[in-house]
Design a binder for this molecule. Structure first.
Ligand SMILES: Nc1nc2c(c(=O)[nH]1)N[C@H]1C(S)=C(S)[C@@H](COP(=O)(O)O)O[C@H]1N2
Ligand SMILES: [Mo]
Length: 256
């Protein structure tokens, strides 16, 4: 078989006019897709806003949230590391609602059990509860992560200790800074996961003021936005508590 025969067998030759027709056809398909894209984009941008995100996008986040909540396994642990793998200079990020100084002689963690029924708990009392260390890869939605070392009382242990069993059956935990300017809501299964701690130490030392002194949340199953620093108030609710970054268009669930 000659070289020419070989190629003409593999590539069917077509006439010039058929070629032009094909070109035109592909071009029209291309135009149709671009037009559809432009219309879809215009439609999307004309949709109402839902808590800082366009409604269809917020809906997508909510569908994801349902899916992730239904498959969340409280017994499953986030990967942990050796203490020596933890960075010594922990990056400080996000200072919304942070006071410059907090005096633990007067600071109390306010735990709202119900209307007009608030527990006020000192740092010393929290430190007297069973302590757990957690060394994990802390992830921020801005795109950075670092292996960091924290310690405190698991939230589940804390809640059991204060007989907050009715509250454990509610859907959400809400947290606010002392000045209430930063606030988050967390679904109960994630809050009760065994690595979620009310944290008062990093690298075996008390938290520095800008890292959340005297008490912060460490919740390895979530992105950094949920790790609220300088907790003032904790409360429980069956409705989604207000959430600072969710109100500004971010994912409410923020799970990993
Ligand atoms: N009070 C308060 N807590 C906060 C924030 C904040 O702005 N204010 N930022 C959050 C975000 S976005 C991240 S990534 C982590 C960062 O914790 P770090 O400063 O200890 O690294 O804190 C979270 N907790
Ligand atoms: Mo973050």
């Amino acid at each position: 078989m000659s070289r020419r025969d070989y190629f003409s067998k593999r590539t069917k030759e077509i006439s010039n006019s058929a070629y032009k027709k094909r070109m035109l056809f592909s071009f029209l398909i291309f135009v149709a897709f671009v037009t559809a894209g432009i219309f879809a984009w215009k439609w999307l941008n004309n949709q109402p806003n839902d808590q800082g995100a366009l409604k269809p996008l917020r809906k997508t986040l909510e569908v994801n949230e349902k899916l992730l909540t239904s498959t969340f396994d409280t017994a499953k642990k986030v990967k942990t590391y050796d203490e020596k793998d933890a960075v010594k200079n922990v990056r400080v990020n996000g200072l919304i609602g942070m006071e410059k100084t907090i005096d633990t002689a007067t600071w109390r963690l306010q735990v709202v059990r119900g209307d007009g029924d608030t527990l006020k708990i000192s740092l010393a009392e929290i430190e007297s509860l069973p302590k757990e260390d957690v060394v994990f890869d802390f992830k921020c939605i801005e795109g950075w992560s670092q292996v960091t070392h924290w310690a405190g009382v698991p939230l589940k242990t804390f809640m059991d200790h204060y007989h907050l069993n009715g509250q454990e059956r509610m859907n959400y935990v809400g947290l606010q800074t002392v000045d209430k300017k930063y606030y988050v809501g967390i679904d109960m299964p994630s809050a009760l996961q065994s690595q979620t701690i009310l944290c008062y130490e990093t690298n075996n030392k008390p938290l520095p003021m800008n890292q959340g002194y005297p008490l912060r949340l460490i919740i390895p199953v979530k992105y950094g936005i949920k790790h609220l620093k300088q907790i003032g108030t904790m409360y429980f609710s069956n409705q989604k508590p207000p959430d600072y970054w969710a109100e500004r268009g971010y994912d409410y669930y923020a799970g990993l």
